[in-house]
Design a protein around this ligand. Sequence first.
Ligand code: SF4
Ligand code: SF4
Length: 121
Amino acid sequence: MAKAKNNNKNNADICKTCNAPCCRDITMLITKPRSKADVNELTQYLHFDTARVFIRNNKWYLTFDGKCIYLSKNNLCKKYTKRPARCRRHTPPDCERFADFYDVLFSTPEEFEDYLSKIKL
Ligand code: SF4
Ligand code: SF4
């Protein structure tokens, strides 16, 4: 996820008072697992301590914790005017400060396995 402040002054003010959780992980859209090989691969990702897989609006994502190198000590973006498009698109209130960013979240292989035992892929 990425910290963004858009032209809406209210949103910018909201971001200024936030510790920027959205700049402290990197999230990638992934294909929903369909085969045993897909499941094995996602399971292996979850062996890593900061990796998580989540589902939101029927889309699957892989995310890793890690602070963006352009996040300042006071939680502001050091390259604000040149921040990437994905950072610009990420704005309150549709962000993790105000709500869970997932419908289902797996932090460990066991949680993923438990979920798979209850659904049909
Ligand atoms: S570039 Fe700026 S807005 Fe984007 S993740 Fe890094 S600190 Fe956050
Ligand atoms: S989590 Fe939301 S409110 Fe906080 S900096 Fe990111 S976009 Fe702004």
